[in-house]
Design a protein around this ligand. Structure first.
Ligand SMILES: [Zn+2]
Length: 208
């Protein structure tokens, strides 16, 4: 899976293909999109993605997989929270891209997850310095959600959001932060959506 978002929270949003980039069509469409091409179908998919993005190490992933096997109801609930968080981050970003105000329900959900995450943060000391640490993280099935929620809050408060884009590729809608110098990046990935569009334009020219 390509990681093209430029921020952890955007790569998380991009675990779905086929986002409808038009927030005016409402929340239901987000969930329709989820059903179309979703990479997160169970908790173990969430673990695999976390390993892929290096959010979790191999040992941590294996330990959580064992825990999830024992606590299957909690694992299923964590996946539901993950999918809801993803929808809320997408909703907030889509609103920004389209110049509208984020929905209160999306903000509420993001804040709920931020509360959970911030409740897990503590001040620790390593060799020389004070550091932020996650407390009791080892067996917490939802620990990847803390970092994702944190990443979303960080991006929304500190990044230049005029550079937030949705890929116009057919059935794509992936989000990314355009950090190119000329700020003219259009596609999630030139190799996929960019090329497809090129081929389509070429065929149109041939037939006309
Ligand atoms: Zn794309």
């Amino acid at each position: 899976m390509n990681l093209v978002g430029g921020r952890l929270c955007l790569d998380f949003v991009n675990t779905v293909g086929g986002w409808n980039p038009d927030p005016a069509r409402g929340n239901n469409d987000h969930y329709a999109a989820v059903a179309r091409a979703d990479k997160l179908n169970d908790y173990f998919d969430l673990l695999a993605w976390s390993l892929h993005t290096k959010l979790l190490g191999k040992g941590e992933t294996q330990a959580l997989a064992r825990e999830a096997g024992r606590r299957d109801k909690e694992a299923a609930a964590t996946l539901r929270r993950a999918v809801a968080l993803r929808g809320a981050i997408y909703g907030a970003c889509a609103a920004i891209i389209h110049g509208s105000r984020p929905r209160a329900s999306d903000l509420d959900l993001l804040n709920q997850e931020l509360n959970v995450a911030h409740g897990r943060v503590r001040l620790g000391v390593d060799e020389e310095n004070f550091v932020w640490e996650w407390t009791d993280a080892k067996n917490a099935l939802d620990r990847m959600l803390w970092r994702i929620a944190d990443s979303a809050a960080e991006m929304l408060t500190t990044d230049d959001l005029t550079r937030l884009r949705g890929c116009p590729g057919e059935d794509c809608g992936w989000l990314f932060l355009d950090i190119s110098k000329n700020s003219r990046r259009q596609w999630c990935d030139m190799q996929t959506c960019g090329n497809l569009a090129k081929v389509r334009r070429f065929r149109q020219r041939q037939s006309s």
